[in-house]
Write a protein that binds this ligand. Structure first.
Ligand code: AMP
Length: 207
């Protein structure tokens, strides 16, 4: 089973502040695009927050798969669903939540570039300094030696299911010990009830 990573839980006020900072940087650089392309799934909410702040109505998605399970990379990044609408001749901004290895955003930018936009930029709320791809815009940089798994609100239950299961296994099925382990090892503070709900076996489906 993979290791329990250090985590940082991001809340909505922080997300709003990152989205504000990102939108401001894009405006100052005179780079407000006609179309936003969000990477699914991590870039959806950030792209919607940017669309609201920048007054952009056209929001497209493309699907990239990289980190299959929380904090566990799944081989190399793979583009599994491309653009379904044309962006030829348009100014485009490709958006994700965080660049870690940067492979997902690099792949997405290459894909969109091939579709012939008139101008192309990339943005992420957070950028980890070790990433091989540096987005044109980001709100906050995480130092290379400060790597953490960021638990975004849109990924909270998925992350807690994965990390909770690992903690529970390490604690030989003791929920209280798993709860303490998540706090100590991962820095992830959740209620005991949240952990119980996350690791509860899925109900059997009726016929
Ligand atoms: P990457 O291709 O390594 O830049 O990361 C691809 C995607 O995986 C990101 O857009 C996130 O949705 C997720 N991800 C990767 N690293 C992290 C991290 N440290 N914290 C939270 N999510 C991450």
């Amino acid at each position: 089973m993979p290791e329990l990573p250090r985590c940082r839980r991001a809340g909505w006020p922080e997300l709003d502040a990152w989205a504000d900072a990102l939108a401001e940087r894009i405006e100052v650089a005179d780079a407000v695009p006609q179309t936003l392309v969000a990477l699914t799934r991590g870039g959806w909410v950030p792209a919607r927050l940017l669309a609201d702040r920048l007054g952009i109505r056209r929001l497209l998605a493309l699907r990239v798969r990289h980190w299959g399970v929380t904090a566990t990379p799944d081989g190399s990044a793979e583009l599994t669903e491309g653009l379904r609408e044309p962006v030829r001749g348009e100014s485009v901004l490709v958006v994700d939540d965080i660049t870690d290895t940067g492979e997902s955003l690099r792949l997405a930018v290459e894909h969109v570039r091939a579709a012939g936009p008139s101008r192309l930029h990339s943005a992420a709320l957070l950028h980890i300094a070790r990433s091989a791809f540096v987005p044109d815009f980001f709100a906050e940089e995480i130092p290379r030696d400060g790597w953490v798994w960021v638990v975004f609100p849109w990924n909270f239950w998925e992350d807690l299911r994965a990390l909770g299961a690992r903690a529970l296994e390490e604690s030989h099925g003791d929920l209280g010990a798993a709860h303490a382990l998540l706090a100590e090892r991962c820095g992830l503070r959740v209620t005991l009830e949240e952990l119980r709900r996350a690791v509860a076996p899925a109900p059997a489906l009726g016929r």
